[in-house]
Ligand binder design. Structure first.
Ligand SMILES: *Cc1c(COP(=O)(O)O)cnc(C)c1O
Length: 402
């Protein structure tokens, strides 16, 4: 570990302002009506019949999977990309189901659609989870078109893509049911939080019933959220961020497989913090897009190239030449405080706790992505000097695959 004192960019940031905290406190005192209003606004904006707000994206995933299982009790396997956030297998295991993996297309972050066909024949398959990694839009329509059995659900993991669009449609509404995360490093944040959207009556009604039985945060839980919000609003600033980053017990930016986490309904404090969510997302998105375009303007390309416009990224993913180059870039970034981050530590088949017989190399493309992926910051604290420094690193060490 290199210890750095001085301006340090966080890898991703949806800044919390004093205003959000004030709205949060006001929301807390107004009570449950605020949560209902937030859910109604979501339904109206996303044009769906059902929206539910919970404590995290993971919690949203567990609740959705359990609801789908209630419709098809004979099905208990869930298909995900072999390279994704560790929260996804954590939630599948928590819900009591089995993880199945599909490899990706080399150089992209989406499913290998030739391979997925075979997986979709699996009679135990409950659902498939196309995922917009880093905000790069996955081809949900293509997954849908490949499903021949009408009873496999498409669960759209838009945890990192709140505010995104695909072909004129809003991400989060492309599958049978979708989810967003409002965790710290996501597109929009309420400290923690998750959103479920669906237009499907069967899924919606089951979720309605299940959500009614789930508890909220309570006063103590809200106090803790308030303190976290205050801490985050200060610490996320690059002038201060080096401090929490240098404290190992905070485990900032670490990713773990962990199926034990709370499942709660969103609190009125969080719904209050989200009061101006639509304009906040629009602003955050615009800033990230400008920065992503500047990076792309220097000739740094997104995995898979980019069909059309740069998508709504929360970090700018780059595949570098090899594991050595990645190590070199991360090390330099650490010393210079540039906020370049690792993707996820390994492909999902590398999580030993998940498998009875770990090992092998059945998902070489996902493994390769895990080895070569770095993610560049594009959030509102990133300035032109930072971008120049970041780009210079990439030029210094020719990063492109030979
Ligand atoms: C963050 C994330 C989740 C989980 O969201 P939390 O709110 O952190 O629980 C799920 N899927 C993906 C792809 C994510 O990035």
């Amino acid at each position: 570990m290199v210890m750095r004192i001085g301006r340090t960019l966080p890898p991703a940031a949806s800044p919390l302002h004093l205003e959000n905290i004030v709205f949060g406190v006001a929301g807390f005192f107004k009570g449950a009506g605020i949560v209902e209003r937030f859910e109604d606004e979501l339904k109206a904006f996303y044009q769906v019949k059902y929206s539910f707000t919970v404590s995290s994206g993971k919690a949203a995933l567990v609740l959705i999977l359990q609801a789908l299982h209630e419709i098809h009790p004979e099905r208990d396997e869930v298909l995900i990309p072999a390279y994704t956030c560790y929260s996804v297998p954590s939630a599948i295991v928590r819900a009591g189901f089995k993880v199945r993996l599909c490899d990706m297309v080399p150089g992209t972050l989406d499913f290998d659609f030739d391979r997925i066909v075979e997986e979709l024949e699996n009679p135990r398959l409950l659902c498939v989870i196309p995922t917009h990694l880093f905000g790069m839009t996955a081809d949900v329509e293509r997954v849908k078109s490949l499903i021949r059995r009408g009873d496999i659900f498409v669960l759209e993991d838009a945890a990192q893509a709140m505010g995104g669009e695909w072909d004129g449609k809003k991400t989060g509404t492309l599958g049978d049911v979708g989810l967003f995360s409002m965790g710290c490093g996501k597109a929009f944040s309420t400290v923690e939080g998750g959103i479920i959207l669906t237009d499907n009556d069967r899924i919606g009604r089951i979720l309605e019933k299940r959500l009614a039985a789930i508890k909220g945060y309570g006063n103590f839980g809200c106090l803790k959220l308030f303190l976290q919000a205050v801490a985050l609003s200060v610490l996320i600033n690059p002038k201060i961020y080096w401090l929490p980053k240098s404290l190992p017990f905070l485990k900032l930016g670490e990713t773990h497989f962990n199926p034990s986490f709370p499942i709660r309904r969103l609190s009125s404090f969080q719904a209050g913090m989200a009061k101006k969510w639509k304009s906040a997302i629009t602003k955050l998105k615009a800033v990230r897009l400008v920065n992503a375009n500047k990076i792309a303007g220097y000739g740094i390309t997104l995995p898979g190239g980019c069909r059309g416009a740069i998508p709504n990224l929360i970090r700018f993913p780059v595949l570098v030449a090899d594991a050595e180059t990645k190590k070199w870039i991360l090390n330099k970034s650490e010393k210079m405080g540039l906020g370049i981050s690792d993707g996820y530590p390994d492909s999902i088949d590398g999580i030993n706790e998940l498998w009875d017989f770990p090992g092998g190399n059945a998902f070489p493309v996902a493994k390769d992505i895990a080895e070569r992926m770095v993610a560049l910051p594009v959030h509102s604290f990133v300035n032109d000097n930072d971008i120049r420094d970041i780009v210079q690193l990439f030029q210094e060490r020719s990063y492109v695959e030979k």
